[in-house]
Design a protein around this ligand. Sequence first.
Ligand code: NDP
Length: 312
Amino acid sequence: MTNIKNRYSLIIVGAGPAGLTASIYASRYKLGHLIIGEDLGGLAFEAHKICNFPTEKEILGMKIIEKMQKHVESLDAPLIIDKVINIVQKNKVFEITTQKGKIFLADALLLATGTIHRRLNLPNESKFLGKGISYCATCDAMFHQNKTVAVIGGGNSANTASLYLAEIAKKIYQIYRKNKLRGETEWANQVINNKKIDVIYNTKVIGLKGKEKLEKIVLTSPHQKAKEIAIDSLFIEIGTVPQKILTEQLSLTTNKNHFIEVNSSQKTSRNGVWAAGDITTASNNFHQIITACSEGAIAAESIFKFFQEKNK
Ligand code: NDP
């Protein structure tokens, strides 16, 4: 298998659960490979509590990623933290350029670049980022001892963010545009039963106000006048969108929301390119750590078979 200087049989782009699991499998298949990730763990690293990963009754996102990283490293797979900014294919070989100016070559490519936080796209949202607006409760909750905060969303991210904040802050408004929280019923029930959390249903945030930092949010709900509430911080937990730059560079087929279409072997529409994890349409669009790991494993096995065929 290829592993000469900067050339590898396989390059895995993305170091979240899908990429790390693919690496574990690739190592055991003795596939010469490299993992390049912009950050370690992706969004899973930010999860406060994970309670549904077999063998882990309750674990921090960063802890489960640390365990995966140790497993990867124990198999001697090289992992570099850098951002892949460009991929071109020349004579069946992929040329991968990173932000730090490194160039790597690969015969096969696995995209496991996951998703990024969805933004509300309100005026002032960027201005108040880090000044009262956060997309990561796990990262920033500790600064909110006895504060009043708001969380937007009604899925698992919003529910777990509110529950984590309830351990630290004084009061949490969870603002949701529909009338019944979704995500895991267990988390939703804990939110509803938590005395510090006030869920405001059928309501949208339409304005962000403040001078140097966010001070107030403007809420609107049907048949009512818009109203303002004063808060110390706002946590925007309204889901994620796929990273699409590399997908576009490689002209991969995606669905209308830019998730990469893959077959049951995690192969994309382009020969030599596989995709795994939250960025794909696989696993019934059920974006979980365990499904990302599963897709990474399937992709690695499929890539192994690809090389077996090629080398016959
Ligand atoms: P989801 O897509 O599941 O939920 C997004 C929420 O934000 C929905 O309630 C949605 O409303 C709302 N929303 C979307 N866009 C807007 C908008 N523009 N304005 C206001 N509200 C909006 O994303 P999550 O991030 O919650 O979860 C993503 C994945 O990660 C899921 O698979 C989840 O299970 C997983 N996860 C698991 C966790 C764990 O187990 N510890 C923790 C966090 C996430 P609506 O309902 O109307 O569509």
